[in-house]
Design a protein around this ligand. Structure first.
Ligand SMILES: [Zn+2]
Length: 217
């Protein structure tokens, strides 16, 4: 075979020679040729190098891909954390609102008529204690109320200028639990001498908290 012709055949076989997919006869043929032909040997080296670089490129692309995936996962994690923080905050606020509601919704105030008798006063007290023996009952006289009012408006005395102590009702301030409120209301409404029963049970829990925050200011 002519040398040039042999070179052409070897070139066609080189890729398979690198891959080691040639028959043993062809492999031997290429090997023998390469030993005597510098040109083909050079082509083989170039091909090998090209292939290596392609492999390297592929690996780099894979690394880039992995980096991208990791970046996306990080973004996703941050989103999840932010959503988690927001949800926890909402839960926390709701818990505070509920705790506050349960505390304040158990408060009630009973405004008393001026002509209420000692017996009626005791009936109210007993009715409440009968339902909730731990209830706190505080009697607020007209005078106490007046002092409260003066204290409340100490910077703006004009606002209560026309108010006479006589129009202020005495009252019972009750601290019980929300679960007893309805029954207490029902029981004491049968007793004479009560002007008004004021409870917090129908107030919106959020309004109740806002009120508390504003009052504490
Ligand atoms: Zn050759």
């Amino acid at each position: 075979m002519e040398e040039k012709q042999e070179c052409e055949i070897v070139k066609d076989l080189l890729l398979n020679y690198i891959d080691e997919t040639l028959s043993s006869t062809s492999t031997k043929f290429v090997k023998d040729h390469l030993e005597k032909c510098e040109e083909c040997k050079k082509i083989l080296e170039d091909m090998k190098q090209d292939l290596e670089e392609t492999e390297k490129d592929k690996e780099e692309k894979n690394v880039d891909y992995l980096k991208n995936v990791r970046r996306k996962i990080n973004k996703k994690n941050i989103c999840i954390i932010i959503i988690g923080v927001i949800l926890s905050t909402i839960l926390c606020i709701n818990a505070i609102v509920l705790i506050n509601y349960n505390k304040l919704a158990g408060n009630m105030e009973i405004y008393l008529n001026d002509d209420i008798t000692e017996e009626e006063l005791n009936s109210i007290k007993n009715a409440i204690l009968h339902l909730d023996k731990n209830a706190k009952i505080l009697y607020i006289s007209k005078e106490d109320k007046w002092k409260d009012l003066e204290e409340q408006f100490k910077d703006n005395k004009k606002a209560i200028e026309g108010v006479k102590i006589d129009i202020l009702p005495a009252s019972y301030k009750i601290e019980t639990k929300l679960q007893y409120i309805n029954e207490i209301e029902e029981r004491i409404s049968e007793i004479n001498g009560i002007k008004v029963i004021k409870t917090n049970k129908d107030l919106n829990p959020y309004e109740l908290l806002m009120e508390k925050i504003l009052n504490n200011k």
